[in-house]
Design a protein around this ligand. Structure first.
Ligand code: CAA
Length: 287
């Protein structure tokens, strides 16, 4: 593949919050999308999320029913990676499990077209390591979207040690076609956004644990005093406490710097299954 104009079909591996959000963005930008996951029920959940999101846009008069139907017709579910054989760019968005991701990259490498680009939406696993699981490391790159993917403008484009200029430029152009703003960063633990954002959330958890302020007060000071759209604890609930803890563990183990030690309260809440919005209770309770 030479340029972004050759991209027609996009494969998304993983139909969770991020995968379905990215699939929606890609289909809304006119691409044919194959949304892959290991079970049909995961795919149906992902498709239902997209339908709900687009349905709201129709209700608000921001999109017609016909436009919504056209977008939905561009998304096809799949439970076999083999279905991605004809896609031009594949964006992996499965759970943050190093071994599982490397396995997916190795499989995609053997299934996909030789010139297909393999991107990962990982928030913490080195792209260089994923690239090494393939025989096309120059065509592996990070495309890191942010939650909620249909709304957030940023795509962090992460360049592995092996990523070619051509690959990097192509995915930057693709992000623009998807209505996003690509920002190039290098392959360091937590990349750039999460290295700054998640330690802030961790610090907010320490403030709560040490009794500096209540959860409500911590969120309020950051919204009113720093103009953040959400407080750090609300944001942790949106991202998932397990995801935040995982990112802190990666920063702590890869840098070996005590400033990244995960807050024990964050760890306890994860152990208790209080993962945030997805379980109905994290730092805050949800209906
Ligand atoms: N999916 C799709 N659309 C959504 C949505 C969702 N989950 N949540 C909100 N929206 C849409 C709404 O429909 C609305 O659209 P319109 O403007 O077209 O009407 C728009 O977003 C604004 O929503 P609301 O008015 O309901 O609420 P808001 O103005 O408070 O915005 C927010 C909600 C966009 C989530 C905002 O609070 C925000 O930006 N929060 C911070 C989010 C953030 O920092 N995300 C990054 C997390 S880190 C990450 O993802 C990376 C990682 O690796 C961990």
């Amino acid at each position: 593949m030479k340029t972004v104009d050759n991209v027609r079909k996009i494969g998304i591996v993983g139909a969770g919050t991020m995968g379905s959000g990215i699939a929606q963005v890609a289909a809304q930008s006119g691409y044919e999308v194959i949304l892959n996951d290991i079970s049909d029920s995961f795919i149906q959940n992902g498709i239902a999320k997209i339908q709900k999101g687009l349905g709201k846009a129709v209700e608000k008069g921001k999109m017609t029913k016909e436009e919504m139907a056209n977008i939905m017709s561009r998304i096809r579910g799949s439970v076999s990676l083999e279905d991605l054989a004809n896609t031009d760019v594949i964006i992996e968005a499965i759970l943050e499990d190093r071994a599982a991701k490397k396995q997916v990259f190795a499989s995609l490498d053997s299934i996909c077209k030789q010139d297909a680009i393999l991107a990962s939406n990982t928030s913490s696993i080195p792209i260089t390591e994923l690239a090494s699981a393939t025989k096309r490391p120059d065509k592996v790159v990070g495309m890191h979207f942010f939650n909620p993917a249909p709304v957030m403008k940023l795509v962090e484009v992460i360049r592995a040690v092996q990523t070619s200029d051509e690959t990097k430029e192509l995915v930057k152009a693709l992000a623009v076609k998807m209505g996003k703003v690509p920002v190039e960063v290098n392959d360091f633990p937590g990349f750039c956004t999460n290295r700054i954002l998640v330690p802030m959330i961790n610090e907010a958890a320490y403030c709560l644990m040490e009794g500096v302020a209540s959860a409500e007060a911590i969120d309020q000071v950051m919204k009113l005093g720093a103009n953040h759209p959400m407080g750090p604890l609300e944001l942790a609930d949106l991202i998932g406490l397990d995801v935040c803890l995982n990112i802190m563990e990666v920063l702590y183990s890869e840098y070996g710097d005590p400033k990244y030690r995960p807050c024990p309260l964050l760890r306890r809440l994860v152990q208790a299954g209080r993962l945030g919005r997805k379980t109905g209770w994290g730092f805050h309770k949800y209906e």
